[in-house]
Design a binder for this molecule. Structure first.
Ligand code: SF4
Length: 253
């Protein structure tokens, strides 16, 4: 008597179970059938077509990898470097991050390698940009925590006391007459880029922020310089100003 109301649920469950079972059987059948029957028996042209497609895909992958290696090794824009940078950013990075996870390699190690690869590809493009179209983008944590001057609005407010690297960076921007901004986060950094419309960005940040910044900004070329974090993340960080100077010298017209 009490079984009646439960019947529809049972039927649904059984139906879904049957459907799942059929799907699994179909997959097993295809897995057995294709090699057993042979591609040629399905259609005489099929082995050739599939061979051509997989061969072309494998060739493209090999050629792309070779091109990437040669471009970074020689530091020359051999062919399609801008496009290759896009492939690295959009396609290779997620795959390599996944491979890294599988192999137990730390995420930051992969990101450091990616940033170096990206920088190498940007430099290989041999871009020459006028100083007024270059932007130096800095994270807020480079400023000394105790400093009472607010440099996020304008770095020119820094009185150059030398207790943090903002002094050296402000002087560097002055030397080359380059725009320089301090952003308190990724959203503000994106806003600064939209407003200033630079042709090239030299950005300082940690591995995570630089990686996402480079991804978000593509196709805008970004040279990433990692900050040092002697007191842990996001607090009184510093950067090698000479590295930024060197990066600027390679791209300034
Ligand atoms: S260098 Fe500039 S930002 Fe840094 S502590 Fe001195 S005044 Fe503040």
């Amino acid at each position: 008597m009490n079984q009646e109301p439960t019947l529809p649920r049972k039927r649904l469950f059984v139906a879904l179970m049957g459907l799942t079972c059929l799907l699994i059987v179909a997959i097993f059948y295809i897995l057995w059938w294709v090699p057993t029957k042979g591609l040629a028996n399905i259609h005489p042209e099929l082995p050739g077509i599939i061979g051509l497609v997989t061969g072309a895909l494998a060739g493209l992958a090999l050629l792309g990898t070779l091109l990437l290696v040669l471009t970074t090794a020689l530091g020359k824009d051999i062919l399609l470097t801008r496009f290759m940078r896009g492939v690295v950013i959009k396609f290779l990075l997620p795959v390599i991050e996944f491979m890294g996870r599988v192999l137990g390699i730390q995420k930051d190690t992969i990101r450091q390698s990616f940033i170096a690869m990206n920088n190498s590809l940007v430099v290989s493009q041999k871009l020459k940009v006028k100083p007024d179209r270059v932007l130096i983008l800095l994270p807020h944590c480079l400023q000394l925590f105790d400093c009472e001057i607010k440099v996020t609005g304008s770095i020119s407010k820094c009185v150059r006391c030398g207790r943090c690297d903002i002094k050296g960076l402000a002087e560097l921007a002055g030397k080359y007459q380059i725009d320089i901004s301090v952003a308190t986060g990724g959203t503000l950094a994106r806003k600064v880029i939209v407003e200033k419309r630079p042709k090239l960005v030299v950005a300082v940040a940690c591995e995570r922020d630089l990686t996402s910044g480079i991804q978000d900004c593509y196709p805008l070329p970004v040279i990433g310089v990692l900050n040092n974090r002697p007191y842990g993340p996001c607090f009184n960080t510093n950067v090698d100003v000479a590295k930024i100077d060197a990066a600027l010298q390679t791209v300034l017209a």
